[in-house]
Design a protein around this ligand. Structure first.
Ligand SMILES: NC(=O)c1ccc[n+]([C@@H]2O[C@H](COP(=O)([O-])OP(=O)(O)OC[C@H]3O[C@@H](n4cnc5c(N)ncnc54)[C@H](O)[C@@H]3O)[C@@H](O)[C@H]2O)c1
Ligand SMILES: [Zn+2]
Length: 303
């Protein structure tokens, strides 16, 4: 949707979009050793060579010959066939009997929520955490935060149906900033704010909520993609020993997340609300583009 709105100028006309998906290997390049024809695979949104300095540090998002290129700088996954460069390191084998649709959630949103939200935010047992944004990424933060047993998870969004869904996924409390003053509510009920606030929208207002509800020693984890600058209150934050993190997903926790899905510790298929075939792709974009009205969370397109 960011690309359709023109927010990503590097995407040229005619580019096939899509950086999430699962598939079956039809043909192999000569450099691919880990896979064979017919293998079912999960496609990472991040392409990584596995050899460069950044890959060696597991910072795949900054791979010198990869990173986020699928559906961006090269043709992506929303087609019958897609070429995946550096396949050995950018694909993951799908275990036999797995729910393949569910694994599409592991291409991007679950590792994003886990790595950039939960791990960067250093969520610990007993923590009180607030997640601003209950879209697919915020929901992925909500699901993966529960690996680390926070005692309270406050979900904040202006969309009531998303807040209701968040409750079913384990949110202990929801707040709608269109109806209540989030900062007042949270500061009123906690002694001095939350341990971790996670920004999963990408606009100045929601970043502001995160920096105004954080307690001394807390972590603000920014996940949202921002198109504009925010008003960073550094003069207040420094003396409170606040850690602020940002990041583009690396997908280095994908193998671990695959195991948690296989064991049903998390069930990301619950995020899927709509299914379309390729010849209905325009309809799929219409539905996803009106996610609130259509009550859409994740949309599956298949051949
Ligand atoms: N860092 C990364 O690597 C990475 C990866 C993927 C996505 N993202 C970003 O994460 C963000 C969330 O992605 P998504 O797919 O869940 O997006 P989304 O648009 O589906 O969800 C955003 C949510 O924010 C809510 N919202 C909008 N304005 C609000 C406000 N003023 N107060 C409270 N809630 C508000 C919306 O109702 C919606 O539910 C996006 O900015 C996306 O680009 C980052
Ligand atoms: Zn690399």
């Amino acid at each position: 949707m960011h690309i359709l709105k023109g927010d990503v100028p590097a995407v040229t006309k005619g580019r096939i979009l899509g950086h999430e998906g699962v598939g079956v290997i039809e043909e192999l390049g000569s450099a691919v050793h880990n896979f064979k024809k017919g293998d079912h695979v999960l496609i990472s949104c991040i392409t990584s060579c596995g050899k460069c300095e950044y890959c060696k540090k597991q910072m795949y998002s900054h791979c010198e010959d990869g990173g986020w290129i699928l559906g961006h700088l090269i043709d992506g996954t929303q087609a019958e066939f897609v070429r995946i460069p550096h396949a050995d390191n950018s694909l993951y084998p799908i275990p036999e009997g797995a729910n393949e649709e569910a694994l599409v959630m592991l291409s991007d949103i679950l590792p994003t929520g886990h790595e950039i939200g939960v791990l960067n935010g250093a969520v610990k047992p007993g923590d009180t955490i607030a997640i601003v944004g209950a879209g697919p990424v915020g929901m992925s933060v909500l699901l993966t935060a529960q690996f680390y047993s926070p005692s309270q998870i406050i979900m904040i969004d202006t969309d009531e149906s998303r807040l209701a869904l968040a409750k079913t996924f384990g949110a202990t409390q929801t707040i709608n900033p269109a109806k209540e003053d989030v900062v007042k509510v949270i500061m009123g009920q906690t002694k001095d704010g939350v341990d971790v606030s996670i920004e999963a929208v990408g606009i100045p207002q929601t970043f502001d909520i995160c920096q105004n509800i954080i307690r001394p020693g807390g972590h603000i984890a920014n996940v949202g993609v921002h198109g504009k600058s925010v008003d960073l209150q550094i003069q207040k934050l420094w003396i409170q020993n606040i850690t602020l993190t940002t990041g583009l997903v690396n997908t280095n926790t994908t193998p671990m997340l695959l195991k948690t899905v296989a064991s049903k510790r998390i069930e990301p298929e619950k995020l899927i609300t709509h299914r379309f075939s390729f010849d209905e792709v325009i309809k799929a974009y219409e539905v996803f583009g009106n996610a609130s009205r259509e009550k859409a969370m994740k949309v599956i397109i298949s051949s």
